[in-house]
Design a protein around this ligand. Structure first.
Ligand code: KIV
Length: 279
């Protein structure tokens, strides 16, 4: 961004200031071309660790490494002029101690240029969030369903129904008190998400948490119909790019087999064209 650029990038403090205002729009992005499109329309481009499942074919997010997040983080930062890139801390990169979390969050920020990180966990991560925020690392928290804990949660279930509600509220309050600038509420019942959103002074970003959050996030490949292995109830398909790609690739394969592609206009003549002509 040049000093004279009229485009001002969104920063963590801007997101925090959006509490209760026009809903915050967030999508994941993992590559520069998609980040450019997300940047044109969204406030936040989240480099989610969902990249492991969506782009790398992993069975869960547990196999995602810091190096993968740095590589995809750099690509997304290159594609963002206005929207704020936020990078997920992968499983195993922050849970051990606040010092471990700081070391790896600092690498994510220094090596990608992103101004913030996201990490999963509520009360048990509060000390770490406070440690990071006191040392210049803005943190987006993530409570409710935390996919990195799928093995202890027992699946990708709704979190916060009935007696579980108090725990989710305590988690959300703890990350706010620790200094998180916003919090993702994943797969939390709508009424509970609304109550938390009303109670907290920081914005809540919902995914499967109803319309009364301060913002929404989806996995971009889910909403574009590109990643079709899972279809969670909370995903609305805004496009069918997977089907369009299948049709396009099938047409290409058929034309190659029939020697209909390449056509003469896609090739090069044996003699050089006259000066000024293309080809
Ligand atoms: O990894 C991810 O994409 C996420 C969002 C779905 C919130 O954490």
């Amino acid at each position: 961004m040049s000093a004279s650029s009229p485009v001002r990038p969104v920063l963590p403090a801007d997101i925090k200031a959006r509490k209760g205002g026009i809903p915050i729009v967030c999508l994941t992005a993992y590559t520069t071309p998609v980040a450019r499109i997300v940047d044109a329309h969204c406030d936040i481009a989240l480099v989610g660790d969902s990249v492991g499942m969506v782009l790398h074919g992993l069975p869960s997010t547990l196999g995602v490494t810091l190096e993968m997040m740095i590589l995809h983080g750099r690509a997304v930062v290159r594609g963002c002029r206005k929207a704020m890139p936020v990078i997920d801390m992968p499983f195993g990169s922050y849970e051990e101690s606040p010092a471990q979390a700081y070391r790896n969050a600092a690498r994510l920020m220094a090596e990608t240029g992103a101004p913030a990180v996201k990490l999963e966990g509520g009360r048990h991560m509060a000390e770490t969030i406070a440690f990071l925020t006191a040392r210049g690392v803005p943190v987006m928290a993530h409570v409710g369903l935390t996919p990195q804990a799928v093995n202890t949660l027992g699946g990708y279930k709704v979190v916060g129904r009935d007696a579980e509600a108090a725990g989710v509220i305590a988690d959300a309050e703890a990350v706010e008190a620790a200094g998180a600038f916003s919090v993702v509420l994943e797969k939390v019942p709508e009424g509970l998400a609304a109550r938390i959103s009303q109670q907290l002074a920081i914005p809540t970003i919902g995914i499967g948490a109803g319309v009364r959050c301060d913002g929404q996030v989806l996995v971009v490949d889910d909403m574009l119909g590109l990643f079709t292995e899972f279809r969670p109830k909370f995903v609305k398909r805004y496009g069918e790019l997977g089907r369009a790609a299948d049709e396009a690739i099938a047409a290409y394969a058929a034309e190659v087999r029939a020697r209909a592609f390449p056509a003469p206009e896609h090739g090069f003549a044996d003699t050089a064209p006259a000066k000024g002509a293309r080809g």
